[in-house]
Design a protein. Structure first.
Length: 273
């Protein structure tokens, strides 16, 4: 049993009870930690229902991570020292997810990278003033940052940037005794995932192809997060840990003969002009 008694955590990204960030917060609490939530204003009503009768929630503070002054105000508001920072934030405008990436506007591209990637720099920068030596920072990524996933589009680029930032930041904050890692989670039905076109098909495909023959859950990710955020991972930093039922390790999916149309049945190639 991992013991986090006396530890304090800052968790960003809780939007609903299905949020991976909420699952991580609960897992930290079960290990004995107390939690302060940084939330976006539009999710306040949902948040108020979640924090009710939760003595392990120290406080909840509004924070728009895309606004420098908001982040500065957040870290000026919270009191004392902390041991954990969880960044579970991702967003791309719907207009950028509904059409091929070649049509992505510069504005939508900048929004996706600002919210999903640069926010990790901003939070880590200001958190250094309140994090104890030996602290752990964790963010969430997805396989779309390594490979093309239909429907994920510009978010794949944002996650690729995020994963590189994990390595860059690990080298910067490591000398001060801080660690930073990421979990590359398999697809999970959350409020954020609902905006990805064809998400149900992605879930079906992953469950069929993954070595464990299932999709992962918020609980799966939260348990891995607890390890990375605890002293059991004291020598781990700059790491991208896949929690995806093993899908990332698969080159050719099983039952390929049932998926690929035999050549004899395939439509002939059209004649060249």
């Amino acid at each position: 049993m991992i013991n986090l008694q006396g530890k304090r955590a800052l968790v960003f990204g809780v939007a609903s009870e299905d949020s991976i960030a909420w699952a991580i917060a609960q897992k930290l609490a079960q290990a004995g930690a107390t939690v302060t939530l940084g939330y976006q204003k539009r999710f306040l009503s949902r948040l108020m229902q979640l924090v009710k009768d939760k003595p392990w929630i120290e406080s909840w503070v509004e924070c728009d991570v895309t606004v420098e002054e908001d982040v500065k105000k957040f870290f000026a508001t919270v009191k004392g020292r902390y041991d954990v920072l969880v960044h579970a934030i991702a967003f791309a405008p719907a207009t950028a997810l509904q059409k091929p990436i070649i049509f992505t506007t510069a504005e939508d591209f900048a929004t996706a990278l600002n919210v999903s990637s640069y926010s990790l720099i901003r939070l880590t920068h200001y958190a250094m003033s309140v994090l104890n030596k030996g602290s752990s920072v964790l963010t969430l990524t997805y396989l779309g940052g390594e490979r093309v996933v239909p429907g994920y589009r510009v978010m794949g680029t944002a996650k690729a940037a995020l994963e590189n930032l994990v390595r860059e930041l690990a080298a910067v904050v490591g000398p001060a005794g801080h660690r930073i890692n990421a979990i590359s989670a398999g697809p999970i039905r959350t409020l954020a995932a609902s905006g990805v076109p064809g998400f149900d098909s992605i879930l079906d495909w992953m469950a069929h192809s993954a070595p464990l023959k299932r999709n992962v859950t918020q609980e799966d990710v939260a348990k891995a997060a607890l390890f990375l955020l605890s002293d059991l991972a004291s020598g781990v930093t700059g790491e991208i840990l896949h929690v995806d039922a093993g899908y990332h390790a698969v080159g050719v999916p099983p039952d390929l003969d049932k998926i690929v149309v035999p050549k004899a049945q395939a439509a002939p190639n059209p004649p060249m002009p």
